[in-house]
Design a protein around this ligand. Structure first.
Ligand SMILES: Nc1ncnc2c1ncn2[C@@H]1O[C@H](COP(=O)(O)OP(=O)(O)OP(=O)(O)O)[C@@H](O)[C@H]1O
Length: 339
């Protein structure tokens, strides 16, 4: 009973947080909802989108509304793993000084860590980040730094592909979602972003968000309660298992797509980790909607962001992934009977 009351008050807080974010970040309601789900399912996120579309603004807005610290680093070819942990320099008296790097600078207070342009960083740097994501800790200066509340957001520059190190399939699998962020579609919102000076200064814009609307330190416990309390019926289980099989062998489920030889499309479907992450996220969707059980709508809300970076396509289709994956997920939804 206490659990249910706690969940309902956490839900009200979560909805106020979402509303506050959508007031300063405009035209990104879908991305904001998925980030809300990821934060409450405690999953890390890949961001896909152009330059200057408001990614940093969204993430800083979330950190402020969660009352935690925001860490950030830019990926580049010459970035070394140690650059995440410390920076060394010589002060005015010629004495060497060592400062903590961006990953450990805020320690346990880190709520959001943003790795911009992760595909510009070398695999050694990516590995360090993946370890920190999985263990929510790193070793530096001979001791262990813990970030029990950290959620990592990593952006892949989708436009420029020169000098990039694409994340391996195993690395991509560690991210709960890949969320696409693009320019708002609505004309009035686009004009507002360009002509209204309120959107030109991020620091000032973020002042409009009440700090610590939700306590970032409570999110791990809220997730535990959600995962324990939200019910998944046998029908939904069967549906999820069919979707999973169809992501591996779409032709066996009668999936058809225009201009695609479906038997050749997929090398590997979603992983076990991917499917369990999808169910965790669907439970958070059900909770946000005020339900105690998962409906097909909850699965549909998270199907694309959990599958899009996980399904491994054959090389001929890989270059069209961005166009193919939404169509593939729609075809799965249309073909597999919904309970
Ligand atoms: N949807 C939006 N709502 C509010 N402000 C926005 C939005 N989109 C862009 N902006 C404004 O545009 C500017 C650039 O945004 P921001 O730095 O967050 O983009 P970014 O995607 O992180 O950029 P980069 O790819 O260069 O890191 C900021 O002044 C920000 O306030």
């Amino acid at each position: 009973m206490i659990g249910l009351q706690q969940l309902e008050s956490a839900r009200q807080q979560a909805l106020s947080l979402e509303q506050a974010i959508n007031q300063v970040v405009i035209g990104q309601e879908e991305a904001v909802r998925l980030i809300m789900v990821a934060l409450h399912a405690r999953g890390h996120v890949l961001l896909e989108g152009g330059v200057g579309v408001g990614k940093t603004t969204i993430l800083r807005a979330f950190s402020r509304a969660l009352g935690g610290a925001f860490g950030r680093i830019e990926g580049s070819v010459d970035l070394m793993p140690n650059d995440l942990l410390y920076s060394a320099w010589v002060d005015a008296d010629g004495k060497p000084v060592i400062d903590p790097g961006p990953l450990i600078a805020h320690g346990e207070e880190t709520a959001v860590f943003f790795f911009n342009e992760i595909n510009r960083a070398r695999p050694q740097v990516q590995s360090l980040l993946l370890r920190a994501m999985a263990e929510r800790s790193v070793e530096a200066f001979g001791k262990e730094y813990l970030f029990p509340h950290m959620v990592v957001f990593a952006d892949r520059n989708a436009v420029e592909k020169e000098e990039t190190f694409e994340l391996s399939a195993a690395a991509r699998d560690r991210f709960l979602f890949e969320i696409s962020i693009s320019r708002p579609r609505d004309d009035a919102q686009r004009r507002k972003l360009i002509f209204d000076p309120a959107f030109h200064d991020v620091n000032q814009l973020l002042e409009n968000i009440e700090p610590a609307l939700v306590d970032y330190k409570a999110l791990n416990e809220v997730d535990r309660l959600i995962q324990k309390s939200i019910y998944v019926s046998t029908e939904i289980e069967n549906y999820v298992v069919k979707l999973w099989d169809a992501s591996w062998q779409p032709h066996q489920y009668g999936i058809e797509m225009a201009d695609i030889f479906i038997e050749d499309l997929v090398v590997a479907g979603a992983s076990v980790r991917g499917m369990s992450a999808m169910v965790r996220a669907a439970k958070v969707c059900a909770w946000l909607a005020g339900r105690e059980h998962v409906l097909p709508d909850d699965i549909h809300a998270v199907l694309l962001p959990t599958m899009t970076h996980r399904v491994f396509l054959t090389p001929v289709y890989e270059s069209r992934r961005e166009q193919i994956m939404p169509e593939f997920v729609t075809a799965l939804r249309d073909k597999i009977a919904t309970p």
